[in-house]
Design a protein around this ligand. Structure first.
Ligand SMILES: NC(=O)c1ccc[n+]([C@@H]2O[C@H](COP(=O)([O-])OP(=O)(O)OC[C@H]3O[C@@H](n4cnc5c(N)ncnc54)[C@H](O)[C@@H]3O)[C@@H](O)[C@H]2O)c1
Length: 283
């Protein structure tokens, strides 16, 4: 029942075939808020909630270092899981969560809301139909306050929980926090990443990076550029695609060869490449 927990609580109450049964949190204040918001039961130890036979599925919005324990215990108790991103703060824990969910035959979903944001799901459909042509380069940016202001929740700054500034608990800074959203989205569009390089920035002298720029190649051949950082008061999420429309490319190639005896690919790109810009303000 921290920042994202409250978002999930509100949203779960809008789902017609779901009942909000219980909330677990170490904070008594959070639990009384949950009661007021309609939770039938509250627990201070999530282990007790996970043993509750009335519960079929759980949403886990705990600090990242607690994801592994809570998600594996949920799976062992046969609960389906919606787990907040990033799945864990290191890859071996992430694999453990996935294999435990598989072993216990429960559904596991990691919270990447951009896939359900209309502008980005529409883009996925347009990529599937091939309407956009060949995507040469994809630029994805995710820039926000990060933990410097707790998700710009209020009009005045409120204290940010300490765990957000400890690398061993978060697994990292802007790259894992904001970057995982954009990497997840572009992998959905263009397939697995076959190569990636990242440069990290530490302008605020924290233990974790406040900036990351990555260059990636996807199995589709598309190149990706990721621009991530904790340096904007406004939450900005953007995808920009440079595409070649293949029918136009073939026609112009033909004309150029026949007419100008020129094979200048760059010229074709300049003339017929398109830029598609998508912005989303989801929070
Ligand atoms: N999908 C998204 O866009 C998105 C957005 C924000 C946060 N998140 C993720 O959600 C997770 C939580 O982030 P947050 O900003 O809501 O954190 P937060 O610190 O605001 O909330 C964490 C909550 O967990 C409770 N808690 C801590 N230890 C506990 C324990 N042992 N047992 C029970 N409850 C405990 C705290 O009291 C608090 O209410 C993080 O992994 C973060 O990356 C995802």
């Amino acid at each position: 029942m921290g920042y994202i927990g409250k978002v999930h609580l509100r949203n779960s109450q809008k789902i017609a075939n779901a009942d909000l049964e219980a909330v677990a949190d170490v904070s008594k204040r959070a639990l009384s808020e949950a009661k007021r918001a309609g939770a039938k039961k509250t627990y201070t130890d999530y282990e007790d909630l996970l043993k509750d036979p009335q519960i079929d599925a759980v949403i886990i919005g705990l600090p990242t270092h607690l994801h592994t324990d809570c998600a594996t215990r949920a799976a062992e108790n046969g609960k389906h899981i919606m787990l907040e991103k990033p799945i864990a703060n290191n890859t071996s824990d992430a694999r453990e969560i996935i294999s435990t969910a598989q072993r216990h035959n429960v559904k596991l979903m990691v919270g990447y809301p951009l896939r359900f944001t209309k502008v980005f799901s529409d883009l996925k459909n347009r990529l599937i139909t091939g309407e956009l042509g060949d995507v040469v380069t994809a630029y994805a940016a995710n820039v926000s306050t990060g933990p410097f202001m707790h998700r710009a929740q209020g009009h005045a700054p409120i204290p940010v929980p300490d765990w957000w500034f400890r690398r061993e608990l978060t697994g990292g800074g802007a790259l894992i926090d904001l970057g995982s959203h954009m990497i997840n989205l572009l992998r959905w569009y263009f397939g697995e990443i076959t190569e990636i390089k990242a440069k990290l920035g530490y302008r605020f002298n924290l233990d974790l990076e406040d900036q990351a720029v990555c260059l990636a190649r996807f199995e589709s051949g598309t190149m990706g550029i990721f621009n991530l950082g904790y340096f904007s008061q406004k939450y900005q999420v953007k995808v920009e695609l440079i595409v070649l429309r293949i029918t136009q490319l073939l026609i112009i190639n033909f004309l150029i060869l026949w007419w100008l005896q020129c094979r200048c690919y760059r010229l074709v790109l300049q003339l017929f490449g398109s830029r598609i810009l998508l912005n989303s303000n989801i929070f």
